[in-house]
Design a binder for this molecule. Structure first.
Ligand code: SRM
Ligand code: SF4
Length: 570
């Protein structure tokens, strides 16, 4: 080959040396001998693997036939005739946060997205009006510090969505194969115990997600939580990605844990890296992209990140993430001493707490199992505006707090809340009571979780006074939306001789007390449940060591001993 035809004549602006020229002569002569030209040396276009839609499982097929975010027109069209969605639309409309509740109810539930659970009062006010005018008026705070409203007719869906968006909120990606509502400490930025205010990071990621369509086609649901330390946690270790601030010397880093899904008895596992706050969202995005590319799309039961991590080691996952990032992340030495900023309350945080801003307080308000009426929402908006800073924050404990209340207004706020039907004081038992939606609306529910939770609390409050918190989580089915495996006492709905009942678990916990609850009783009817729990709590109070928590007490006994203690048959 004549070197005049070598297509490269300079490298970095310098003419080729004799040696370089000889090498290229040989290289291109070889190509010519094989009938290949320089143009052919470019990477061959990636041939897209053609998969027939018929080969896909239902959910993947529905997503490929029409991207669910492009189904909005159908929502509008269905509204015209107040038409119920067909099977495909039921799945697709979840991308707009609309869940059709058939066969329980022939109407939609809508789940919002409220990053970090932070709501401004003008938003709360409009949501209250929307709830009153377009829904049955049933509003609930969810276990992801979020709101759900329900019994929306197809004809009202477009107006519902428009009005939610008009106040700067949205519902996109609230259900199905998406990154769900991002959670952060509800006291971020105001808690004297926190290491870092994570709300800006949470908001930044929320906007990255909104603006990138590739985050709306995951293999399955996906949870992300930010924890900056402080009194009220985010149970970040129950999320697919939990980012937790730590202090090393004077510097703040994040540790990242992967693969939490407590319904599958899995807590997130530490990835072994330290990430600077400014890098955190870039790393989270890369972690999510690895899941998007490699999660199981053929079997919904094995599709969560936790399942990928059963076939991949954490090292492999990290390796794939670093390929996307184009560099190595800082490793956390095994013997690293870190400060966690954990002055965590074991459960909710009802009452008055001083903020890091001198003279200001946040007020934790008790909401029985997360239910609230539009009228109460309007009044809370008014209180937060008059005496706070015009915002409220929802918690994963199905409660809310009003931040930034000056010392002088605390008593007034307490009184105003009481008049509205809310307390700022409650028993230690009620403070840690969480219940999923239950059978009034959820087709999976075996029991009326919220109703039974309230009955239980009323009964037990009369019989027992606890001096240490005991969390009780009621879940209507194994999906575990109220995370029964991480409660001190977990109640899992079931049918007992055709009637509502529960399996009873004990000893679950999260964070520093991380543990999966153990089943102690099965098939307890609702009638027997109150006395069962009464005996359990009395047995604990009778037999515990000084200062011992319920979880620690149960952890040091085997199930047989505990059954004897809890049934008074020792
Ligand atoms: Fe959940 C499905 C309610 C948090 C695990 N969940 C459902 C559905 C949509 C049932 C359905 O598919 O028709 C429920 C809607 C009932 C209704 O009408 O309200 C429902 N989940 C809820 C809420 C409202 C419970 C509550 O009362 O607070 C929570 C809404 C959170 C939010 O605002 O985004 C809720 N669900 C959770 C959690 C906790 C969490 O995410 O932090 C979990 C367990 C943790 C986890 O990692 O999965 C959870 N929900 C499930 C599952 C099981 C997923 C799995 O991988 O096994 C399903 C069923 C599914 O996805 O197929 C499910
Ligand atoms: Fe419905 Fe089951 Fe979730 Fe309760 S745990 S809301 S019953 S899916």
């Amino acid at each position: 080959m004549n070197s005049n035809f070598i297509p490269i004549r300079h490298i970095n602006g310098s003419p080729l040396t004799e040696e370089q020229q000889k090498f290229l002569d040989g290289f291109f002569a070889g190509l010519t001998a094989h009938g290949v030209t320089f143009g052919d040396v470019e990477a061959a276009p990636v041939e897209e693997k053609k998969v027939s839609l018929d080969d896909l499982i239902f959910e993947e097929r529905v997503k490929r036939e029409l991207h669910p975010l492009d189904a909005y027109e159908q929502i509008v069209e269905n509204a015209v005739g107040n038409k119920a969605p067909d099977k495909e639309e039921v799945f697709r409309f979840k991308w707009n946060g609309l869940f059709f509740l058939s066969p329980n109810k022939e109407a939609f539930m809508s789940r919002l997205r409220i990053p970090g659970g932070l709501l401004k009062t003008f938003q709360l006010r409009e949501l209250a009006k929307i709830a009153k005018e377009l829904t049955s008026g049933y509003v609930q705070i969810t276990t992801r510090a979020n709101l759900q409203m329900r019994l929306i007719q197809p004809r009202d869906c477009p107006e519902f969505l428009q009005r939610v968006q008009n106040v700067g909120l949205h519902t996109r990606g609230a259900g199905a194969d998406n990154i769900r509502n991002l959670t952060a400490n509800p006291t971020a930025g105001i808690d004297p115990h926190e290491l870092m205010d994570v709300m800006p990071l949470c908001n930044e990621l929320a906007h990255i997600i909104i603006n990138d369509r590739s985050f709306y086609d995951l293999p399955r649901k996906f949870n992300i939580a930010f924890d900056g330390g402080g009194l009220i946690g985010t149970v970040e270790d129950t999320n697919d990605i939990g980012a937790k601030a730590v202090k090393i010397g004077d510097e703040i880093f994040f540790r990242i844990a992967l693969g939490g899904a407590t319904g599958h008895k899995a807590f997130a596992r530490d990835l072994g890296v330290l990430v600077k706050p400014a890098e955190l969202n870039k790393v989270i995005v890369a972690l999510v992209r690895v899941y998007i590319a490699n999660g199981n799309r053929g079997d919904r039961k094995k599709a969560r990140l936790k399942h990928l991590l059963e076939t991949w080691s954490l090292e492999k996952y990290l390796d794939e993430t670093e390929k996307i990032l184009g560099g190595k992340l800082q490793r956390a030495p095994a013997d690293l001493k870190v400060e966690y900023g954990d002055a965590k309350l074991p459960h909710s945080h009802i009452g008055i707490f001083p903020q890091k801003q001198k003279g200001l307080n946040y007020i934790g308000v008790a909401m029985p199992v997360g239910q609230i009426t539009p009228k109460q929402m309007l009044r809370i908006a008014e209180i937060a505006e008059l005496y706070g800073s015009g915002e409220i924050r929802l918690t994963v404990w199905q409660n809310f707090i009003i931040p930034n209340v000056p010392d002088a207004y605390v008593e007034t706020v307490k009184k105003a809340l009481r008049k509205t039907g809310f307390d700022t004081q409650q028993s230690l038992l009620r403070g840690g009571l969480i219940a999923c939606t239950g059978n009034s609306f959820c087709k999976f529910a075996q029991s009326n979780t919220k109703g039974h939770a309230l009955e239980l609390a009323d009964y037990l409050d009369k019989k027992i006074t606890l001096d240490a918190p005991v969390n009780i989580h009621l879940t209507g089915c194994p999906n575990s939306c109220a995370q029964h495996y991480m409660g001190d006492i977990g109640l899992l709905g079931t049918k007992v001789r055709g009637e509502d009942g529960y399996h009873v678990f004990i000893g679950g916990g999260f964070g520093a007390n991380q543990a999966v609850g153990r089943q102690i009783f099965s098939g307890v009817s609702v009638d027997d449940l109150k006395t069962t729990l009464e005996k359990m709590l009395k047995g604990y109070l009778r037999r515990r060591a000084t200062g011992e928590t319920f979880q620690k007490f149960t952890a040091r006994h085997d199930l047989n001993t505990l059954q004897a203690v809890f049934t008074n048959e020792e």
